[in-house]
Design a protein. Sequence first.
Length: 291
Amino acid sequence: MLRSFEYNYVFISKIIYQQANTSPEAVLFSHENSGVFQQKQLIASNKTTPVQERGFVFGGKYSIVINFVLNLDRAADRWKKFQTTWNHLGIPYERIPGVDGKGMSVADVDQSILQTHGWEPNPALYGRSTQMTPGEIGCGLSHIRAWQKIASLSVSNDFDMHCILEDDAIPTSDYKNRLAQVLSELPTSAPADILYLYRFKISPSGHIPVPEVKHSEHVNLLHGTSGFVGYCLSHGASVKLIRMLPVVCSVDNWIGLELLPRGNVSGFASRQNVLTIDGKVPSLIGQHSWL
């Protein structure tokens, strides 16, 4: 029987690499019941978390090792629905408790990790300064938590990737086959950093098309925001993202409109969505407050 694993762990929010063969200095946060993040400085050990299963979808050099699912503790109904939707596939997944931005204040967030008073790089929104919503703050910190989890895993193949899913993601009927096809068309000269499994035809703001260039029959190069419903991330990319913190706007725009266009990470997207969205599940992000 498929088991889902749940973890409550502190997470590395920023890693500063020193010389080769030395331990990374890490800044750890723990999420207390009060919602306040408490910073602790320490030297992380060289130990990594072993991966229990080596892949459930393979395509060319690439394999997807495990799905990490972001879900708030107060959203038990969404978690139950996710399990009902995904368990029949027989693939391993782990629940990562999401960071609940509800009730958090600016003082609760380390601005070197995520700038709550950030700026919007989307040209359709004129680069205005923005106050992140509590939902955006929680969303950003939740994804950072998932990146840390991936960064902590042992690596036996640089082409291994892990999926990060939000709890409203729904697999297509041919999820495994479609994902395997897309993986087989990713570049092999060097590992891809990020692969989007769901992409918007236009930006989430509804103003501008999502820039894309055809890479292969089933894969596009991506140079724009495409939402974070579900994406695959390599181990190397998780380390890159942590090193480039802070997030300066909504986390999907930070990667799609800041890092991808600059070439800081390499982004690809399935030309045909591998995932869909549960349209009956309300968004927990909220509305922007412009400054």
